[in-house]
Design a protein around this ligand. Structure first.
Ligand code: HSE
Length: 409
């Protein structure tokens, strides 16, 4: 591609789209020619002449080099991507759901049409994780990626645990700031970071793992008991993601996790995200940055657009060379599990019990158990499961009201 300004057709004009517009206005190397939006009636900060309601005005425009897709609807986004590639345009997108649910198809379409699809903004906002995995880490084996991949839930947990807000207030603030998805269930139930993890796994390990294969729980069942336990033990609470490679087996999860207050992840607050990358040569490294918000995410989009100036596209080196990797849930984890149904004895699922308590309204068990058993437990309505990071020191366990521990012993 030459050095003439790239002509952009933009789909969507929400939080990130408007951020991109603001940045593009200050630059001479890109020009947003048209913006395709759905609703004719929303008030918008630009004159009507910039907008179109017909996707073809962008897709069939011979002057448009790049389609930037920043809409919510994953189905419509896939259609835009297909049509754009077919018309010979490169695509930059932030649509983690569309990408994660259609990984194989997106890989195939890029090859078929010999055009790039870039998506730095889809994972961890402003943290340059995809290109870092693609380029810098292509030359070593990665054994783990983990961290915080959702800005809204991190914002909510920070406000609730450290700043005494209620869950509802904090969620409302995250929505007002433009961090949350249009449907915030995707954030609080962990689905958004699960899409992102699926993309990171492709670039880190070369494995296609569809989002629905990855065990997930969000933060909506966290209650005052978990907050109290965290405070009593000098712990913080994060919605953590992780993917670990042991030999040719990979396990992955999106789950709430207690982490030490003095550790690196606890210091990642509000809408910030973090990615630990553990590699065979480098050991563990940490990237931290704003994971949501208009300008930080728009910068990631801009960076992809700029990369197209020098014909950049993902090489998918790890995917191309991937040995036969297997997905597993056969792994033991340390967890806090709270049962609020007041009935039954639940510790049988555990292989090792560190502590526990019961009273008339429920039970808490802290211990080790297989990941798939933990997931089966937490799927029940009234069960809250939280991982406990290996470096946590637990000094105060829940008060043992009825002698669960004696019964276990
Ligand atoms: N809703 C997402 C988040 C936006 O809160 O992280 C950025 O992907």
């Amino acid at each position: 591609m030459s050095n003439k300004p790239l002509t952009i057709g933009l789909f969507g004009f929400g939080c990130v789209g408007q951020g991109l517009w603001k940045i593009a206005e200050q630059r001479s190397d890109i020009q947003i020619k048209k913006i395709c939006v759905k609703s004719r009636h929303k008030p918008r900060p630009l004159p009507e002449s910039y907008f179109t309601y017909n996707p073809d005005d962008i897709l069939s425009d011979p002057e448009t080099d790049v389609v930037v897709e920043l809409i919510d609807d994953a189905g419509a986004a896939l259609q835009i991507l297909k049509n754009a590639l077919q018309k010979g345009k490169h695509v930059v997108t932030a649509n983690k759901r569309m990408l994660a649910e259609n990984l194989i198809e997106v890989l195939r379409l890029q090859r078929q049409h010999n055009r790039a699809v870039l998506y730095e903004a889809a994972v961890c906002g402003s943290i340059p994780i995809i290109r870092t995995l693609e380029e810098y880490y292509a030359h070593q084996e990665i054994t783990a990626i983990d961290g915080i991949f959702n800005g809204s839930t991190n914002y909510i947990l920070t406000r609730v645990l450290d700043e005494n807000r209620t869950y509802a207030e904090a969620l409302h603030e995250a929505q007002k700031a433009g961090f949350a998805e249009a449907d915030p269930t995707l954030d609080v139930e962990g689905l958004d970071p699960r899409y992102k993890l699926s993309l990171a796994i492709l670039h880190a390990f070369g494995m296609v793992l569809l989002p629905e294969q990855i065990p997930v729980a969000g933060i909506s069942k966290i209650g005052k008991e978990e907050v109290r336990f965290a405070r009593q033990n000098g712990l913080s609470l994060k919605l953590s993601v992780g993917a670990v490679k042991e030999g040719n087996r990979i396990f992955a999860y999106v789950l709430p996790q207690f982490v030490p207050v003095a550790g690196a992840l606890a210091a990642v607050r509000h809408e910030f995200n973090a990615v630990h990358i553990t590699g065979s040569y480098t050991g563990k490294q940490l990237l931290v940055g704003k994971g949501a918000g208009s300008l930080p995410t728009a910068l990631a989009v801009l960076s992809d657009i700029a990369a197209l100036h020098h014909n950049y596209r993902y090489a998918y080196t790890k995917y191309a060379n991937a040995a036969s990797l297997e997905f597993t849930t056969d792994v033991s984890v340390k967890a806090w599990v709270r049962f609020s149904d007041g009935s039954g004895n639940h510790w049988q699922a555990f292989t090792k019990i560190i502590g526990g308590a019961a009273n008339a309204s429920g039970q808490v068990v802290v211990g080790e158990l297989p990941l798939d058993k933990l997931m089966a437990l937490q799927e029940q309505n009234r069960v809250t499961a939280v991982l406990i990071a290996d470096d946590c020191t637990i000094s105060t366990l829940p008060a043992d009201a009825t002698g669960v521990m004696q019964q276990v012993a």
